[in-house]
Design a protein around this ligand. Structure first.
Ligand SMILES: Cc1cc2nc3c(=O)[nH]c(=O)nc-3n(C[C@H](O)[C@H](O)[C@H](O)COP(=O)(O)OP(=O)(O)OC[C@H]3O[C@@H](n4cnc5c(N)ncnc54)[C@H](O)[C@@H]3O)c2cc1C
Length: 392
């Protein structure tokens, strides 16, 4: 089979691959975009509850997890949320800011995918979809790729096949295998932005399935102030998803159930409302079921007037740092993203090209750069895709 010649072959038609292919095509490069899935951009379609949280106005490198916290600075600084928003607006897509700088489509995530496909069409990007990559060879400065009946070669190969989160959507660790073959190292991939599971001893949390409340969740030095949701398997909600990206097995998580309460609030409540019970004092600030469960656990019965200041101080401390150790997470099957991936040490932060393998690039979630919840991961996909597209 004779190979068709391109300037670049991009593996993975997700957020990063579509962006990179479109921009390189528009710069006059002949680009082939290969994906084993029959349709491109499946994660885009389900993202943000179907509305795609396509960027975050606060997308700076400190909102990303990586073995090298500086690596993402260059790409994020050169292709910003404002740049992506300009593209969205050029395509007439209506959007809104939801909370914490998160930008969503008013309509549907389909609009973002349609926009990227239109940009690919403008760059005359060729697609090879629906067949697995069966071979990648490298020699004489060219990468040769076979996928189904397609055989292609190019001086540039871009790894944009993402991470292994949500395998039922076609996600794989393929990029890691290819990267290792070319001598790049891989930072241990772990499920991230993922719900926690709890062991049978965590009866407090397990009895509260369906309850949601605003908390501060802390793991080591990192803390997030957002909602937590108790589920029948454990804990979810933005605060828990965020902190899961920082969590390692057997580490405890501390939850502040009353992050807005001033120190000494319970003793103050005893002074101003001596006849109320602890449960009522808690119910004034927390969902009923949670207030009841916490009061039961603290085992301080009777009116506040009859409880010692020492006991109230201890209760307050416990409520401000309720420690538990998850038994695990719901794993890659439920993780929105993957922490870890292709080590940044082997890549140029300017171009995303492998330092030791000219012409090989890695972008998007495949790389060891993982954003917080809230549009940060797409912004990394766009920015890293943009950076590679300028170089190929
Ligand atoms: C449910 C859910 C909701 C999310 N919501 C948001 C959100 O609102 N905002 C946000 O910023 N992030 C969100 N994310 C994260 C975001 O989707 C990813 O970080 C982003 O899609 C990564 O882009 P990517 O191009 O690197 O990888 P992907 O988008 O995963 O694309 C990789 C592509 O490579 C293809 N591929 C994989 N393996 C192979 C192979 N072996 N051969 C050929 N092709 C292959 C896949 O089919 C896929 O098309 C969400 C994730 C999930 C799972």
């Amino acid at each position: 089979m004779s190979a068709e010649r391109y300037d670049a072959i991009v593996l993975g038609a997700g957020a990063a691959g579509l962006m990179c292919a479109a921009l390189a095509g528009q710069r006059g490069r002949r680009v082939l975009l290969v994906d084993h899935a029959p349709e491109p951009g499946r994660k885009i379609l389900i993202s943000g509850g179907g509305r795609c949280n396509f960027t975050n106005v606060n997308a700076t490198a400190d909102r990303y997890i990586s073995a090298n916290p500086h690596f993402a600075k260059s790409a994020l600084g050169r292709y910003t949320p404002r740049d992506f928003l300009a593209l969205v607006e050029r395509h007439g897509i209506a959007w809104h800011e939801k909370t914490l700088g998160q930008l969503f489509c008013d309509g549907s995530a389909r609009e973002i995918l349609a926009m990227l496909m239109a940009e690919c069409a403008a760059g005359q990007v060729a697609f090879a979809s629906g067949a697995p990559v069966s071979a990648i060879d490298h020699g004489d400065g060219l990468f040769r790729v076979r996928a189904g009946t397609v055989s292609a070669e190019a001086p540039a190969l871009v790894l944009a096949t993402g991470g292994p989160s949500i395998p039922k959507l076609g996600a794989t660790g393929f990029a890691y295998d290819v990267a290792r073959r070319f001598g790049l190292s891989v930072v241990e991939p772990r499920p991230a932005l993922v719900p926690f599971t709890l062991g049978p001893e965590e009866t407090l949390f397990r009895s509260l399935s369906g309850v949601s409340t605003d908390v501060e969740a802390r793991c080591g030095k990192t803390a997030f102030r957002e909602a937590a949701l108790f589920t029948h398997r454990g804990l979810s909600g933005p605060a828990m998803l965020q902190i899961s990206s920082y969590w390692r097995h057997r580490q405890p998580i501390a939850v502040d159930f009353l992050p807005d309460s001033a120190t000494g609030w319970l003793i103050e409540a005893k002074r101003t409302r001596p006849r109320v019970t602890l449960r009522s004092a808690l119910a004034a600030q927390l969902p009923d079921r949670l207030a009841e469960a916490l009061a039961d656990r603290l085992a301080l019965a009777g009116e506040l007037a009859n409880l010692s200041d020492k006991a109230l101080r201890a209760a307050e401390e416990r409520l401000g740092g309720w420690s538990f150790t998850p038994s695990g997470t719901e794993g890659f099957a439920k993780a929105e993203v993957t922490v870890g991936g292709i080590a940044t040490a082997g890549l140029s932060s300017q171009t995303m090209e492998a330092r030791r393998v000219p012409g090989l690039y890695a972008i998007g979630e495949a790389v060891d750069v993982t954003g917080w919840l809230g549009g940060y991961n797409f912004q990394w996909a766009w920015a890293s895709g943009w950076a590679a597209a300028q170089a190929i």
